[in-house]
Each structure stands twice: as C-alpha cells, then as structure tokens.
Design a protein around this ligand. Structure first.
Ligand SMILES: Cc1cc2nc3c(=O)[nH]c(=O)nc-3n(C[C@H](O)[C@H](O)[C@H](O)COP(=O)(O)OP(=O)(O)OC[C@H]3O[C@@H](n4cnc5c(N)ncnc54)[C@H](O)[C@@H]3O)c2cc1C
Length: 293
C-alpha cells in the first residue's frame, strides 16, 4: 500500500485520537514521522491503513513544570523541548542529546515520544532521560499509567506500550541545582545514529560522590542504566583508581554488536573512554557535555 492510500486523521483532542485507535486496532500513531515514514519506505514495508497524527493534540505538545516535576508532552517537537527555559537551564545532558540528533529540519518535527517509542538502542534522548529516572505516561480510552523509562524498553523496536495506548508525556523530577550532568556521544559522521552514547548525573558532597547515575546507548539491545558502575561510585572519592574501575565495570556491563557503523570492540572501548572522561570532568568540577559527531 502506498502512502497516498493511507487514511490520515488529525484529531484535535486526545479522546478523539484514543477512540479512533480503539475502534481501528491496526491504526498507527504518527508524530513527526521521521522514523515511521523512513521505515515505511523500506523494500517490502507497508504503511498502515490508518495514521493518527498527534501534532494537533494540544496537550501532547506542551511542556509544563509543576513544583519540581517536569512534564514534556510526548508530541512536542525536539527543538521546542530543548528551547524550553527550564530544560535549557536544568537539563544540559538532555539538551546536548537533542542538539546532535539528526539535522535542524529533523529536530523541528521529530518528537521525544517518537524517539522513545521507536525504541532504537541508539535513541539519543534515552540515556539522559534514564539518568533523570524519567517515567513515561501512557493512556488509553479507559485510563492512564506511568512506567519508569528503565522498564519501558524491552529490546530493539520493542517497548512496554500496549496496542491501544499512546504515550502522552515524559515526566521527571528536576535535579538539584548542584547536580552535574554529562553527555558523551560519537557517530561515524554527522546525521548518523550514534555508535556509543553515555550520559551521567552526579551529586557530590565535597569530593565524595553522594549519588551517581550513569546510562549508555547503542552498546546493548536497549538503552540501559549501568548500575554496577553507579554502585561503585557511590560513596567514593573520584580518584584515578576508582575511575579506572568504573571504566572496567562499564566495559563489562555492556554487550555491543558489530555492524556497518562500528565493531563491537570499538564500541566497548569508546564507552569505557566516555565514562572515564566524564568522571575526570566531574572530578575536576567541570560540567562536561561533549556531544561529538
Ligand atoms: C535523517 C535522519 C536522521 C536521524 N538522526 C537521528 C539521530 O541522530 N539520533 C536519533 O536518536 N534518531 C535519529 N533519527 C530518528 C528519528 O528522527 C527520531 O527517532 C525521532 O525522535 C522520532 O520522532 P518522530 O516524532 O518523528 O517519530 P515518528 O516517526 O512519528 O514515530 C516513531 C514511532 O513511534 C510511534 N509513536 C510516535 N509517537 C508516539 C506516541 N506519542 N505514542 C505512541 N507511539 C508513538 C509511531 O507509531 C512510530 O512507531 C533520524 C531520522 C532521520 C530521518
């Protein structure tokens, strides 16, 4: 079936979108379309009979802050997300991940919800959201639920979302003002998916790590938290030995593959280097954020 034969609906409210989905199980939600339409053009692929656009659903496009809770509408374009004043000030790792995603044209239409629902192991926004303990809000005609992002990813292209659900928002608690965020990422060339991504969030008490959160992307079947690394860092001074051990634990925790972008060995090496560099940056009290290509 070609794109012109698909029914394209553009509901203005969430209820209409959910009711159509409930009545048409084969319908697919479409936000920016930068993944869905690319997949649909692959040889042998087809477009679903019915596409439900989320772009005109106002509540899915808003970014709001209530107390310390940030709520990012799942269909808000990435450019708007990165520009939001609270996000720009308080979430530098998320902003860095958006800055390197695709091109400006892609970021103007692509959405956070689409990046997460597409469930690529190399989704750029996943590691920074994981270190912020983000949750996703899922809704269907009968109700809503929240799922921790760390439980949302199930494997390449697979998530916890049910067939009748839409992702309505990404929720997270704003970090304390003194938390240090870091984002490291490497692609082969610009506008290509990453071959390795690392994000971190650290709270220090003097030179001792009080809380460490570290996540990686593109180096396992799903974006993941590096809990062994976090546990080793918590309560420790960031000296050379601790940093070297964190690097070793990182390379043991990931399971990269070799593909056309990189060998598994290089991905493993790069991820260890990223963690080491990030921790040296934190030890030197400088906020890192080297997004690379
Ligand atoms: C040239 C190019 C470069 C790219 N570079 C990068 C890159 O560097 N890094 C990167 O991570 N990605 C990259 N991408 C992939 C893509 O742009 C992102 O993943 C983007 O965030 C997808 O968002 P979208 O709104 O376009 O999703 P869509 O294509 O609209 O949707 C993607 C999938 O999610 C589902 N979906 C979307 N929104 C919802 C929702 N709210 N609820 C339920 N299901 C939903 C759709 O049904 C579909 O299955 C690139 C794509 C292109 C074409």
């Amino acid at each position: 079936m070609s794109a012109t034969q698909s029914e394209y609906l553009r509901p203005k409210d969430l209820r209409a979108a959910l009711e159509h989905k409930a009545a048409t199980p084969d319908a697919r939600f479409i936000a920016g379309g930068t993944d869905l339409l690319v997949h649909a053009r692959r040889p042998g692929a087809t477009l679903p009979q019915s596409l439900i656009s989320l772009r005109a659903v106002a509540e899915l496009n808003e970014v709001t802050v209530v107390g310390a809770t940030l709520r990012i509408g799942a269909a808000a374009p990435l450019t708007e997300v990165a520009r939001h004043p609270v996000i720009a000030e308080r979430l530098p790792a998320l902003v860095a991940s958006i800055d390197v995603l695709g091109s400006r044209q892609i970021r103007n239409v692509a959405t956070l919800g689409g990046n997460l629902c597409n469930a690529s192991p190399a989704a750029d926004t996943a590691p920074p959201l994981l270190v912020h303990d983000a949750r996703v809000e899922l809704q269907h005609v009968g109700g809503r639920r929240e799922v921790p992002l760390v439980e949302f990813f199930r494997g390449p292209g697979e998530t916890a979302i049910e067939a009748n659900e839409v992702m309505t928002a990404v929720l997270l608690e704003l970090p304390p003002p003194n938390a240090e965020a870091a984002f490291e990422r490497k692609g082969r060339v610009r506008m290509d998916l990453a071959i390795a991504i690392v994000a971190g969030l650290f709270e220090l008490d003097g030179s001792v790590v009080r809380r460490a959160r570290v996540a990686a992307g593109a180096v396992a079947p799903l974006p993941l938290r590096l809990t062994e690394v976090e546990e080793r860092l918590t309560g420790s001074e960031l000296d050379d030995d601790v940093i070297a051990e964190a690097r070793r634990l990182t390379t043991e925790a990931i399971s990269p593959i070799s593909d056309l972008r990189s060998s598994a060995d290089y991905r493993r090496h790069l991820t260890g280097v990223f963690v080491e560099r990030m921790l040296h940056g934190v030890a030197g009290s400088s906020v890192t954020g080297r997004p690379g290509a």
